[in-house]
Each structure stands twice: as structure tokens, then as C-alpha cells.
Design a protein around this ligand. Structure first.
Ligand SMILES: Cc1cc2nc3c(=O)[nH]c(=O)nc-3n(C[C@H](O)[C@H](O)[C@H](O)COP(=O)(O)OP(=O)(O)OC[C@H]3O[C@@H](n4cnc5c(N)ncnc54)[C@H](O)[C@@H]3O)c2cc1C
Length: 428
């Protein structure tokens, strides 16, 4: 059984843009056709349309229907890997560019919110919270590594200060990062779509691409839906965890993993701020991460667990709520108003999978749970590459991505692997 994505999310209930786009009918042409209207696709479309190219975005459902309209709203800087690991992977020549790209991710989100006047409750401030005493050394290493690259904005919070800051006894310390933060993900996504349309892009909804021609040998790329087609000089694949078998080469390197979030009833400002005084987004440091934050109307939005088995738990609220109560037992009486889920696209080594399929097709996927800010950047990098400036894109494309082992059995294998990590999280 798959994630039930028909459950209304808190984000859908509080969406501030009811714009609908037509379905694709007939045979159209464009300079660039983009598959998928999440952050990746819309970011590329926005950049390309602003540069004067004729862009068509084809979306199977509606703008932001995928992970971009369902996520935790955490706007995180950097990669999932340390700079030391990146240097090993990319070589020391490419490392400074990678560092700059990591910094640019959240800056780009902030710039776009401001430039296009996107009303999405963007709030800066992030806490990486140490569940175990041993995590403090990891936090210090993160802070010191950032400082060695010229960023000394991270502060370690411990002891009394920590208790004042987060209303829980669960953590041994937390690293504050003012470059990261949180926002309303669906309203942000709708804002990107408005900006892309204002720049001249055309968006078609309810138009699932069923066939792709990457244009590897021919003069054009082409996508086909049930009722139409787009032929273009370039194709951008931005369907991420939702694209699946439509692009087999990409799918073999990506695992769609279900992740779930609950939203409590509004708690009132005082009660909410007693939980997170400075209104930061917070994530813990376990392999299977808990991520949470307050909404603008003072709810706790808690994303607590992922399913790697492909099977949706029967009682979703009961699945995530115990995680929240383990950290905030004072929320025992808080009603759960919304529960929803979506698919995160993860790669084997948790790095974004960015590249080309021939000279006309660009793709970006697999941000492994850190995609809100990173997908915005990767969409921009694809647009740069299509416009002939591929240096930064090529740094990202350098990362090698093995396929998930197991073929048709890869889900049970991954599920087994995750059991091991859960055990490690519990014991370490
Ligand atoms: C529950 C959850 C919580 C998360 N929390 C966070 C977080 O707090 N912070 C963070 O940084 N990241 C988080 N993520 C990950 C983040 O949301 C994603 O990395 C990011 O949104 C990816 O954007 P995207 O545009 O690449 O993909 P998506 O937003 O998934 O967009 C892909 C789109 O392509 C469309 N599509 C697919 N196939 C086709 C086709 N054949 N034809 C036409 N259209 C197609 C889909 O309908 C979809 O709308 C979370 C994800 C989930 C699911």
C-alpha cells in the first residue's frame, strides 16, 4: 500500500492561492519543457522564463501537489554531508564552489520570498538538537568546520539557556544556525508558480507525462500526455520521487520514502512559545530524524517518522504522536487536527542526483529530506546550464550515484537496513 495523499494537509487548509492552470491539450512547442511543478521544476522555469525563453511546465496533478506542498517547511542550508566528505567526493578544486552553493540555498529562498513578495511566513532560525551527549561533539565539529570556511554564525546552546529556549528535557545541547529557518511550503511553492507565470512561463496541471523522448539523437526533446504533447529544445525532469518508472535510469537511483507530519490544534501564542521560545525550526540528530516547528497560527507541526517499507501505518496520528509526546509530554491533551504524508526521494549516499540524459535533457532529484532550499538552487543550476553556463551545475553533477541494490526487492532490503539504523539510534 502507498502513502494516502488524499488526506487534506494543514497546508492545503491554509493555502492562500486558489489559482488553477489548464490541462495540456494538443501539440505545443517551446524552448524548454519542464516535467513537474514542485520547487525544482518551478525554480528552473522561473529562471529560464526571466531570461526570455519560452517555457512550458507540465504537472500530473496541481502546483505543489508533490513533496513541495507537503514538507516540514524546514529551510536548511548546506548538504547532508560535511565539507570534509564533500572534498573527498568532489576533489579539493570543487570544494569551495560546493561550499558557496550550500550557502546559496537558503539565501536564494530568502531572496525569492522578498523579490516576488511571496506570503509564506518565512522565519529565520534553526536548531540542530543533540539527543545524546555524544552528539555535542558532532555539533561542535559542524560549527568549527563552518567557521574554518568563513562562516562563524553558529552558536552552541547548552544547560539553562537550552531549557529556556526549548520546553523539553530531551536534549543535551543545540546548535543555532541563523542562515536556516522555516516557512509555509505550499504557499511558497504557489508563489514560485505565480512568479514563473508572470515571467511568461505556461503551466499545465492535471497533465501526467506518460512518454518521454530525451532527444538523445534527434533535434528535439518531447513529452506526451494523454491529450497532448510538447516538443522543445530542452527537457527538464523535475518529478523527483513522483516520477518513478517514467524515467527508469533516474528511478533506479532514487528511493521514494513515505514521511508523515501531524499538526496539533492552535495552542495559543503563550503555550506555543513555551515550547520553542524563539520560534526556530528544530531537528534532532538521529539517523531517522524528528523535525518540527510552530506554524504561524501557533500549532505544533511535528514530522516524526518515515516508512521505508512502502506500507502506510494504519493509524498515522498514532504513528507520529508518540514521538512528539516523548519530547513534549505537555502536549498530551493537544488535539491533532491534521495528519498527512508524502514521498521523500532519497539517494544511496543522500546527495542530490543532478545530471544530463544526453545533450537536451537535464534532471535533478533525490535531495534526501533536505530539498526545500536545495531544490530551488538545483533548478537554478539547471537553468544556468541550459543557458550555456554549466560550471556550477557540473560540480553537482560530479557526484556519482550508484543504483539501489535489490532490483524489485529493494524496498524490503531498505526496510531491513532501516531497522538496523533504528536500533542504532535507540542504543547509541
Ligand atoms: C513529508 C515530507 C517532509 C519533508 N520535510 C522537508 C523539510 O522540512 N525540509 C526540506 O528541506 N525538505 C523536506 N522534504 C523534502 C522536500 O519537500 C523535497 O526535497 C522537495 O520538495 C522536492 O521538490 P521537487 O520539486 O524536486 O519534487 P516534488 O515537489 O515532489 O515535485 C515533483 C512534481 O512532479 C510531478 N510529476 C511527477 N511525475 C510526473 C509526470 N510523469 N508528469 C507530470 N508531472 C509529474 C508531481 O506530481 C510533483 O508535483 C520533505 C518531504 C516530505 C514528503
Amino acid at each position: 500500500m502507498a502513502v494516502d495523499q488524499t488526506r487534506p494537509s494543514y497546508y492545503q487548509a491554509t493555502c492562500n492561492d486558489a489559482t488553477r492552470h489548464p490541462a495540456l491539450e494538443g501539440d505545443l512547442t517551446a524552448d524548454v519543457v519542464v516535467v513537474g511543478a514542485g520547487y525544482t521544476g518551478l525554480s528552473a522555469a522561473l529562471e529560464l522564463a526571466e531570461a526570455g525563453l519560452d517555457v512550458i511546465v507540465v504537472e500530473a496533478e496541481t502546483v505543489g501537489w508533490g513533496a513541495s506542498g507537503r514538507n516540514g517547511g524546514h529551510v536548511c542550508a548546506d548538504f547532508t554531508k560535511s565539507m570534509e566528505e564533500l572534498q573527498k567526493e568532489l576533489g579539493s578544486d570543487a570544494a569551495p564552489t560546493a561550499w558557496e552553493l550550500g550557502n546559496e540555498t537558503t539565501r536564494l529562498v530568502g531572496e525569492r520570498v522578498e523579490k516576488y513578495g511571496i506570503d509564506c511566513d518565512l522565519t529565520w532560525g534553526y536548531l540542530h538538537a543533540a539527543d545524546k551527549p555524544g552528539h555535542i561533539d558532532d555539533l561542535k565539529a559542524m560549527r568549527d568546520e563552518a567557521a574554518s570556511w568563513g562562516y562563524d554564525g553558529m552558536t552552541l546552546i547548552e544547560g539553562r539557556d537550552l531549557r529556556d529556549r526549548i520546553g523539553t528535557e530531551s536534549y543535551h545541547g543545540a546548535l543555532h544556525d541563523p542562515r536556516s529557518g522555516h516557512l509555509h511550503p505550499l504557499n511558497f511553492c504557489k508563489g514560485l508558480a505565480r512568479a514563473a507565470v508572470a515571467a511568461g512561463a505556461r503551466i499545465f496541471e492535471q497533465s501526467r507525462v506518460e512518454r518521454l523522448d530525451y532527444g538523445e539523437t534527434g533535434p528535439k526533446a518531447r513529452v506526451e500526455t494523454a491529450r497532448g504533447s510538447v516538443t522543445a529544445d530542452y527537457l527538464v525532469l523535475a518529478g523527483n520521487a513522483y516520477l518513478r518508472e517514467t524515467a527508469p535510469f533516474l528511478y533506479r537511483r532514487l528511493m521514494p520514502v513515505g514521511s508523515y507530519i501531524i499538526a496539533t490544534e492552535p495552542l495559543g501564542e503563550n503555550r506555543a512559545r513555551a515550547l520553542i521560545r524563539e520560534n526556530e525550526a528544530i531537528a534532532n540528530m538521529r539517523f531517522i530524524v524528528d523535525y518540527y516547528r510552530l506554524s504561524a497560527d501557533h500549532r505544533m507541526l511535528y514530522g516524526g517518522r518515515a516508512t521505508y517499507s512502502g506500507i502506510e501505518p494504519k493509524d498515522l496520528g498514532g504513528f507520529v504522536r508518540p514521538r512528539m509526546l516523548a519530547v513534549f509530554p505537555q502536549l498530551e491533551d493537544a488535539k491533532i487536527d491534521y495528519v498527512w504524508g508524502g514521498y521523500i526521494g532519497i539517494t544511496v549516499d543522500r546527495m542530490p542526483h543532478v545530471g544530463r540524459l544526453g545533450p537536451r535533457c537535464y534532471f535533478s532529484q533525490g535531495y534526501s529530506g533536505h530539498g526545500l532550499a536545495m531544490s530551488n538552487l538545483c533548478g537554478k543550476l539547471m537553468a544556468e546550464a541550459i543557458r550555456g553556463q554549466a560550471e556550477r551545475f557540473d560540480v553537482m553533477a560530479k557526484v556519482r550515484h550508484p543504483i539501489f541494490p535489490g532490483g524489485g526487492f529493494r524496498t524490503p532490503l531498505l526496510s531491513l537496513g532501516m531497522l538496523w539504523y533504528r536500533l542504532k539510534d535507540a542504543l547509541a
